[in-house]
Design a binder for this molecule. Structure first.
Ligand code: TXA
Ligand code: MG
Length: 315
């Protein structure tokens, strides 16, 4: 029996009730599907980690539907507010200082003095948050170390009945996760490349956005761990000439490609196709594995290269 539900007012009410009652609802956002729970309900938050098979607690993004809500939750300065107005709703997430010691969100924040917030650009996500009346914490709705889901079917394949309800909003338009920036200090740090290009943030702020370095296996953002997004097959990146028998994912016109992220070399189109094509390739590849064409390191190419680099990291 499938727990995938179409979008209608009744199902939206049902989903909001599940959130209020401490259950888990997978819902579409413009980036990837999220596995949502009430941010204030520690037991519900803990069940997210259990469902994902995540070994340790990891801070989660709180999804909100209203910029005004920010001031109850976190410390906001002018810069953070300006960023919120510019990039929300959208694939943009800010790490901010927590307002005060609000113990109800300790687990959602993994005990850190920061809270991580985003307003997704998807009508279903926004409606679910409004109907539930609480911030919804949501990691990507997949089992730990597997490819993030960009359709409701991906969620069902990965989580099955570990989630109470999956709302089907079709295919995610952006296709890679949100960009995460830490704005708690004087300088802005990029913690994860994602759906908003680093250059766009810099152009808007008229300041440099620094890339967060540090030990990639002991990161401040656990999602920066190497080998986070993982196909089963060997996966080679930056490949111009695939070997015989390799399943080849192209970018830009290519006669050899088995699948092409974007024939016209459009990075937005490539990002939207990336995870679905990695899954397809993983299902279709033979023992020689998968190879993927070089992707330019600019705009959304930063996020794409980040994800495929992790996917290529040896088991
Ligand atoms: O697009 C997205 O951001 C999706 C959709 C569902 O909104 N969500 C998502 O969540 O990708 P998740 O949990 O898969 O990735 C969030 C990343 C994690 O790697 C987490 O470690 C990091 O953000 N993170 C969250 N709060 C943080 C904090 N306070 N400091 C540092 N890193 C943080
Ligand atoms: Mg994830």
């Amino acid at each position: 029996m499938s727990n995938i539900y179409s979008i209608n007012p009744q199902n939206m009410q049902k989903a909001a009730q599940i959130i209020k009652d401490g259950g888990l609802v997978a819902f579409p956002t413009e980036t990837v599907y999220g596995l949502g729970a009430n941010a204030y309900d520690a037991k519900a938050v803990a069940s997210i980690f259990a469902a994902k098979g995540r070994p340790t607690f990891n801070p989660l993004i709180s999804h909100i539907a209203d910029i005004d809500f920010l001031k109850n939750y976190v410390e906001v300065d002018e810069r953070a507010l300006a960023l919120a107005h510019k990039f929300w709703p959208g694939p943009f997430t800010m790490v901010l200082k927590r307002k005060e010691h609000n113990t109800a969100i300790d687990l959602a924040c993994a005990g850190l003095p920061t809270a991580t917030v985003r307003m997704p650009n998807h009508p279903v996500a926004l409606e679910l948050i409004r109907l539930s009346g609480v911030p919804i914490v949501a990691p990507s709705a997949n089992r730990s170390q597997t490819i993030s889901p960009t359709t409701a079917e991906h969620v069902a394949e990965s989580l099955g009945d570990k989630v109470d309800m999956i709302l089907d909003g079709g295919k995610c338009a952006v296709g890679v996760e949100s960009t995460i920036v830490d704005v708690t200090g004087k300088e802005v740090f990029l913690l994860r490349a994602g759906g908003i290009a680093k250059e766009d943030i810099e152009d808007f702020l008229h300041e440099k956005v620094f890339i967060s370095h540090g030990d990639p296996n002991k990161p401040s953002s656990p999602g920066q761990m190497l080998r986070h997004y993982a196909p089963e097959h060997r996966f080679r990146i930056n490949v111009e000439e695939p070997e015989d028998g390799e399943f080849y994912i192209g970018f830009g016109y290519s006669q050899r490609a088995d699948l092409n992220l974007s024939v016209t070399a459009d990075l937005h189109e490539a990002a939207a196709n990336l995870f679905a094509y990695m899954r397809l390739a993983d299902n279709m590849a033979g023992e020689k594995g998968i190879a993927i064409a070089p992707i330019p390191e600019e705009g959304l190419g930063l996020a794409i290269n980040d994800r495929i680099r992790r996917a290529s990291y040896a088991k």
